[in-house]
Write a new protein. Structure first.
Length: 357
């Protein structure tokens, strides 16, 4: 594996490049055409939060756009404003004769399962869920607890207050898997350094913590973030699409030196408005994973074999420290490299009740 620079720490290095091969009423789907022509039509349904969430929905769509360009096809997308339109959005795309329908998010599992069963001639893929066992449904999941473990260790190392925090949008496995890994990374730091950095917002043992109830940015998300800041957390990991925006606003309002850790994509690059407070990010290779699934299906190589992104196959990772590279401990990069190797070879165990296997 190549490294962008030593500063990259252990980023998921190939997350932006080639992934290991993976084997009311809603609005009408939009269509985009590439320069080439192909009769293979891939389609996508978002979760709420929108395709411009600079997080999981957007990463999925960008992967489909990359694939459509590569194979020379059109693609169609249907954005879900809320849970009431998951089924109708899938049905709209079925009516458009889509050859592959990718649904984005754990919340779409029930609708995907039902529609896949009713339409066995159409292939599906679902991101962030592995509960469906069907010949025409491919799960695309990510063991983000591994990367979040690294981010938790880094957060504990950076913290000046001795308190770090995390909160989520909804209490579902694809959210709590980040929170478990983050908290366990802090715990590992404490064990290695004989420190006592505290985690607020999530308790691994009780599986209880702070959630906004959805993935929308707004006053609720900002209020939850403020609660963590009030408990002296100076590093915060929000997990749940656009809720990071509200956390960032709370941090900027506090103006006390607190920083943010992004989820899914590299926050520093995805949303430059907040790069001044972006310590790092827990990255999921959703874009290259989606691209590969679509391309393989277009070639006639569709498979329902689940894909799980890990540190080993570079499906997950952490982003560079960017502007904070000179502000973190000088030995942190080397420590993270060692921890990453330990996780990959199994000498460091990363366990979570939400692990996708």
């Amino acid at each position: 594996m190549t490294s962008r620079t030593r500063q990259v720490v252990l980023t998921g290095l190939a997350l932006a490049g080639t992934m290991a091969v993976l084997a009311g009423c809603s609005a009408a789907p939009s269509t985009t055409t590439s320069a080439k022509k192909s009769d293979f039509l891939p389609c996508m349904v978002s979760d709420n939060g929108g395709f411009d969430d600079k997080s999981f929905n957007q990463l999925g769509l960008e992967g489909m756009q990359d694939a459509a360009k590569a194979i020379g096809s059109q693609y169609k997308q249907a954005e879900s404003k809320d849970a009431t339109v998951y089924t109708s959005n899938i049905q709209q795309l079925l009516g458009q004769k889509c050859k592959l329908i990718v649904t984005v998010g754990f919340n779409l599992a029930d609708a995907t399962k039902t529609q896949a069963k009713a339409n066995p001639g159409t292939n599906f893929a679902i991101i962030d869920d592995n509960s469906i066992t069907a010949k025409n449904v491919k799960p695309i999941t990510f063991d983000t607890s591994q990367a979040a473990f690294l981010a938790g260790y880094a957060a504990a190392s950076y913290s000046k207050s001795g308190v770090v925090g995390t909160f989520g949008g909804m209490q579902i496995p694809t959210v709590t898997i980040f929170m478990d890994g983050f908290a366990d990374g802090v715990k590992y730091y404490n064990q290695q350094k004989s420190k006592n950095v505290k985690v607020v917002g999530w308790n691994v043992d009780s599986q209880k913590g702070s959630f906004t109830g959805g993935f929308a940015a707004g006053t609720q998300a900002k209020s939850v973030a403020q609660t963590l800041l009030d408990q002296n957390a100076d590093v915060i990991l929000p997990v749940g699409g656009p809720i990071y925006q509200s956390a960032a606003e709370a941090i900027k309002d506090a103006n006390n030196g607190s920083v943010l850790i992004g989820a899914d994509s590299d926050l520093y690059e995805a949303d430059p408005r907040y790069k001044s407070i972006a310590l790092t990010s827990v990255e999921k290779g959703m874009r290259p994973a989606t691209k590969d699934v679509v391309e393989q299906a277009a070639k006639g190589n569709y498979s329902n074999t689940p894909y799980v992104g890990t540190l080993k196959n570079e499906g997950v990772g952490i982003a560079p420290f960017h502007d904070y590279a000179s502000k973190v401990d000088k030995g942190l990069s080397k420590e993270l490299d060692t921890i990453k190797s330990g996780i990959i070879d199994g000498s460091i165990k990363v366990e979570t009740k939400a692990t996708v296997k």
